[in-house]
Write a protein that binds this ligand. Structure first.
Ligand SMILES: Nc1ncnc2c1ncn2[C@@H]1O[C@H](COP(=O)(O)OP(=O)(O)OP(=O)(O)O)[C@@H](O)[C@H]1O
Length: 740
C-alpha cells in the first residue's frame, strides 16, 4: 500500500482531490514474440481497490480496482544524423522492441505468402518496424504504403520512422494525408490515410507504384479501410494471378503485390478467411507494464470523474504526462475550462499543468503541440478524442484516463427519404479500451484509469460494428465509381446495408452524378474532386453557373465546420437574441450565416486578433467555428483554383443565385408548407417542423430547403432557407422517380 504522506500534499482546499492509492503490483513479464498460429495472451488480472479521499466539492470517492497489462518503451523522437548518438540510441530502442526478436521468421513468412495477417500487442513495434524490416530486406521493389485511419497517426509515424532511418522527413520516409504531403521521388515508405490510398486508386487502379501495402489498425473497420481491403483483394487477383498458376509456370507475375494486415485487437481469423486463409502471425510482448484500474462503482458524470482522477494523479503520482480520452470536442472544451480553473488554485509546490486539446478539427499546428516536450516542473494533460486511440505514441505519457465514451456516427437510410445521420455519445468497445490503455507504458511503466467498472468492461462489445453497415455510403459510392468500381459489387468483408446502397444510388442519381444506367457522369467526376459530401460539392459547382462562388464557398465552409456557429447562450437568452438579430436575413439561415462570416471578415481586418475575439463573444458566435471555416474556405478555394474555377464570382447582396445553388445540392431536403404550419417533405414521407433555433422558426414560407433533420420531441429541420416553389419546378427529378 502506497500512501502519499500528508506533508507532500498541498493544503486541503475544496478544489483539491486527495487520494490514497494502493500499490500497483506490476509483475513484469519478459517480452516474447510468438510466430505461430496459436493465440498466446496471458491474463494476469490482479485486482486491487484504491481507497480515495474526498474528491473535489466533496463528491463521492473515486475507487479503482487494478488489472494488468504489459507495456513497451521508447525515448524522444528526433531526426537523427546516422553518426549521431541520438541515431544510435534509436537503433538500440528498435532492437529492444518485442517484434525485433521475431524479425527473421516474420520476414520468412511474408516472403512466402501474398497476404499476411499480423496480430501484435499495442506497442510491440508493428507499425514502425515492419515497414523498415521490409525496406532493409532489400528484396522488394516499389514503394511500401502503410495506411492509417487517421491523419495525425500517419504524420507522427512518418516523423518517427524517418528519424529511425536517420533521414529527413519526406525523403526516404514520407506521408500523405488530405491537403498535406511530404514525399519525394526517393520515398520508399509512405504512411498515408486509407482515404488517400483510395484517392490514389483514382489515377492508378492497380496501385502499381507499390510493391507492398500494409493496412494498419484494421480492427477499426472504417468504411475506407473496408474499401481498401476489398480493393486489395481485387488488385491481388489481377497483379499476382492465382498461386497454383504461378507455381505451375514456375514464376510469378512481373509486378506482384504483397499485402499485410495488422492490428492489436482484430478478429484475425475473419481477416485470414477473407484473404483465402492467409497465415496469422502473433507478436507477443511489451517492454513495460501497464497497470489497469477500474472504478469500483459506475460513474454518472464522466467529466467530473475525469477531473477528479486527473488531480488525484497530479497530486499523488510521480511525474509523467496524462492522456484523457473523451468523446468529443464539447467535452474537451468543458473539461479544459474546469481543469484551468482548479489548476490555477493549486498551492505552491505542486507542478504546473499544461493542457493540450487534441481532436480532428483542431488546426495541424495546434495538434502538433501535444508532441512537444513538457516544460520542466510541469505535467502535460492531453485531452483527446479517439484520434489518439491507435498507432500514436505521445512521448512522456505515463497515465491514461479512459472515460469509456466515444462519439459514434450512424446513418439511418430508411428514415425521412434522404436518410438521417446521428452523432451520439456511446460506450466504447473492448478493443478501443485495450488500444487506449496501450497509449500508456510506452515510456516506462504505465497506468490506465478506466472510469467504468470491470463488469462494464466485461460486458462491452468486443469490437465496433463495421462502418460500412452504419454509415451513409453516398460519398464512398461516388469515389468507387471514379475508380471504376461498383459499391454493391465489391467483395466486402461484411456486406453493406442494402437500404443504404439504394439511398446512396438515389442521391447520386438525383444529383446527376450517375445516369439512368448507373454510369458515372462528367458532373459526377467533378463532384468527386472535392473533399465534401457530394451534395455540397454539387452546390459549389452550381454556384459557378449562378456567378456566386464567393458567397457559396463561405456558406459551405461554415456548414462543413465541426462546431456550431452560435454559442450556447441559455443563461443570456435575451442578450444573445438581440445580438443575433443583427445577422438576420429574410431568406433564412444560410444568408444569416453568410452575414456572420462577412462581419467577422471585416472585424478581423479592422480590429485585428484582439478585437475579433471580443466581437465573437459579444455576438454569441463561436470563434472556433469561424476559424475552422476560414481554413476550409482556403482549402476549397485552392481546389477550385486547381480546377480552373473562379472563386471570386460574387452576387453581392442578391440572394436568389445563392438559393438556387443551394437547392441544386439539397434536392432531397425540400419541404412544402401544410395548412397546419408544419412542412411535408417533397422526397420523403415525413412531416417536419422548423427548429426553434432557426431564423425562420416563426415564419410561414411556402417552400423551404434545410441542411439536416434533428429528432427530439418532433422531427425538426435545421439550417433552413425559404425558396420559391418555381425554383423547384426546374428540377423534374423532384417528382420522385426511383432508380432501380
Ligand atoms: N512518435 C514516437 N515517439 C516516440 N516513440 C515512439 C514513437 N512512435 C513509436 N515509438 C516507440 O516505438 C514503440 C513501438 O511503436 P509502434 O507504433 O511500432 O507499435 P505498435 O505495435 O504498432 O503499437 P500500436 O498497436 O499501439 O500502434 C512505441 O511503444 C514507442 O516506444
Amino acid at each position: 500500500m502506497l500512501t502519499v504522506p500528508l506533508s507532500s500534499r498541498p493544503p486541503h482546499t475544496t478544489t483539491q482531490p486527495e487520494t490514497n492509492f494502493q500499490e500497483c503490483h506490476s509483475s513484469r513479464r519478459p517480452a516474447t514474440v510468438m510466430l505461430d498460429s496459436e493465440e498466446e495472451y496471458e491474463n494476469e488480472d490482479e485486482l486491487h481497490s484504491l481507497n480515495s479521499k474526498p474528491p473535489i466539492h466533496g463528491q463521492k470517492r473515486q475507487r479503482f480496482g487494478e488489472s494488468q497489462l504489459t507495456g513497451t518503451q521508447d525515448k524522444k523522437v528526433s531526426t537523427a544524423n546516422r553518426d549521431s548518438k541520438d541515431f544510435r540510441c534509436l537503433q538500440e530502442q528498435r532492437e529492444q522492441l518485442p517484434i525485433a526478436r521475431g524479425r527473421e521468421s516474420l520476414m520468412r513468412s511474408i516472403a512466402l505468402h501474398d497476404v499476411t495477417i499480423i496480430l501484435g500487442e499495442t506497442g510491440s513495434g508493428k507499425t514502425t518496424q515492419v515497414p523498415q524490416y521490409l525496406l532493409e530486406e532489400g528484396s522488394y521493389h516499389g514503394q511500401i504504403a502503410v495506411t492509417q485511419p487517421r491523419r495525425v497517426a500517419a504524420t507522427s509515424l512518418a516523423t518517427r520512422v524517418s528519424a529511425e532511418q536517420g533521414q529527413p522527413l519526406g525523403t526516404l520516409v514520407g506521408y500523405s494525408v488530405r491537403f498535406d504531403e511530404r514525399v519525394s521521388p526517393g520515398t520508399r515508405i509512405k504512411y498515408l490515410t486509407d482515404g488517400m490510398l483510395i484517392r490514389e486508386m483514382m489515377n492508378d487502379s492497380l496501385l502499381t507504384r507499390y510493391g507492398i501495402v500494409i493496412v494498419d489498425e484494421a480492427h477499426e473497420r472504417t468504411l475506407r479501410t473496408d474499401i481498401v481491403l476489398a480493393s486489395l483483394k481485387q488488385i491481388l487477383a489481377r497483379r499476382n494471378g492465382r498461386r497454383d498458376e504461378r507455381t505451375a509456370k514456375g514464376k510469378g507475375k512481373a509486378n506482384p503485390l504483397k499485402v499485410i494486415v495488422m492490428s492489436a485487437t482484430m478478429d484475425a481469423e475473419k481477416f485470414s478467411n477473407f484473404f483465402e486463409k492467409a497465415p496469422v502471425l502473433y507478436v507477443k510482448g511489451r517492454q513495460h507494464p501497464v497497470s489497469i484500474f477500474h472504478t469500483s462503482t459506475s460513474q454518472n458524470d464522466y467529466l467530473d470523474a475525469a477531473l477528479r482522477t486527473f488531480f488525484q494523479i497530479h497530486v499523488d503520482r510521480p511525474p509523467g504526462d496524462v492522456l484523457v480520452f473523451l468523446p468529443g470536442q464539447d467535452d474537451i472544451e468543458s473539461l479544459e475550462s474546469s481543469l484551468r480553473l482548479y489548476a490555477s488554485q493549486l498551492p505552491h509546490g505542486v507542478s504546473d499543468v499544461v493542457i493540450c486539446p487534441l481532436y480532428a478539427s483542431l488546426p495541424n499546428a495546434q495538434q502538433a503541440k501535444v508532441f512537444l516536450p513538457t516544460p520542466p516542473s510541469s505535467r502535460k494533460c492531453i485531452l483527446a478524442t479517439n484520434i489518439a486511440e491507435t498507432s500514436i505514441t505521445i512521448p512522456g505519457v505515463r497515465y491514461v484516463i479512459d472515460t469509456g465514451k466515444q462519439k459514434e456516427k450512424r446513418h439511418f437510410a430508411r428514415i425521412a427519404g434522404s436518410g438521417f445521420d446521428t452523432l451520439l455519445t456511446t460506450d466504447i468497445t473492448k478493443s478501443s479500451a485495450v488500444q487506449r490503455s496501450g497509449r500508456a507504458g510506452r515510456d516506462g511503466h504505465g497506468y490506465c484509469f478506466r472510469l467504468y467498472t470491470e463488469d462494464a468492461f466485461n460486458s462491452m462489445a468486443v469490437s465496433a460494428e463495421p462502418e460500412v453497415q452504419r454509415s451513409s455510403l453516398t460519398s464512398a459510392f461516388l469515389q468507387l465509381k471514379v475508380i471504376g468500381q461498383d459499391l454493391d459489387a465489391m467483395p466486402f468483408m461484411d456486406r453493406p446495408d442494402q437500404e443504404s446502397v439504394g439511398s446512396a444510388l438515389r442521391t447520386l442519381w438525383l444529383l446527376d452524378a450517375i445516369d439512368n444506367s448507373r454510369h458515372l457522369t462528367d458532373f459526377g467526376r467533378s463532384l468527386a474532386m472535392f473533399p465534401l459530401e457530394p451534395q455540397y460539392a454539387a452546390i459549389l459547382l452550381a454556384s459557378v453557373n449562378h456567378s456566386c462562388t464567393s458567397e457559396v464557398i463561405s456558406i459551405l465552409a461554415l456548414l462543413s465546420s465541426s462546431a456550431p456557429l452560435f454559442t450556447d447562450s441559455s443563461s443570456q437568452r435575451d442578450a444573445a437574441n438581440e445580438a443575433r438579430a443583427k445577422f438576420r436575413h429574410p431568406s433564412g439561415d444560410h444568408w444569416a450565416m453568410l452575414n456572420v462570416f462577412r462581419a467577422y471578415d471585416e472585424v478581423r481586418v479592422t480590429e485585428g486578433k484582439s478585437g475579433y475575439k471580443g466581437w465573437c463573444k459579444r455576438n454569441f458566435v463561436n470563434q472556433r467555428a469561424l476559424r475552422e471555416a476560414g481554413d476550409i474556405r482556403t482549402q476549397l478555394r485552392g481546389i477550385c483554383d486547381g480546377m480552373g474555377i473562379d472563386c471570386n464570382l460574387s452576387c453581392g447582396n442578391e440572394e436568389v443565385p445563392v438559393l438556387r445553388s443551394l437547392l441544386r445540392g439539397l434536392l432531397q431536403q425540400v419541404a412544402f408548407l401544410q395548412p397546419d404550419g408544419s412542412y411535408k417533405q417533397v422526397m420523403g414521407p415525413s412531416v417536419v417542423k422548423i427548429h426553434p433555433s432557426s431564423f425562420l422558426a416563426d415564419k410561414r414560407s411556402p417552400a423551404i430547403i434545410y441542411n439536416e433533420l434533428v429528432y427530439t420531441t418532433n422531427i425538426y429541420a435545421r439550417g433552413v432557407s425559404a425558396v420559391y416553389k418555381s425554383f423547384i419546378s426546374e428540377f423534374p427529378k423532384l417528382t420522385g422517380i426511383r432508380v432501380s
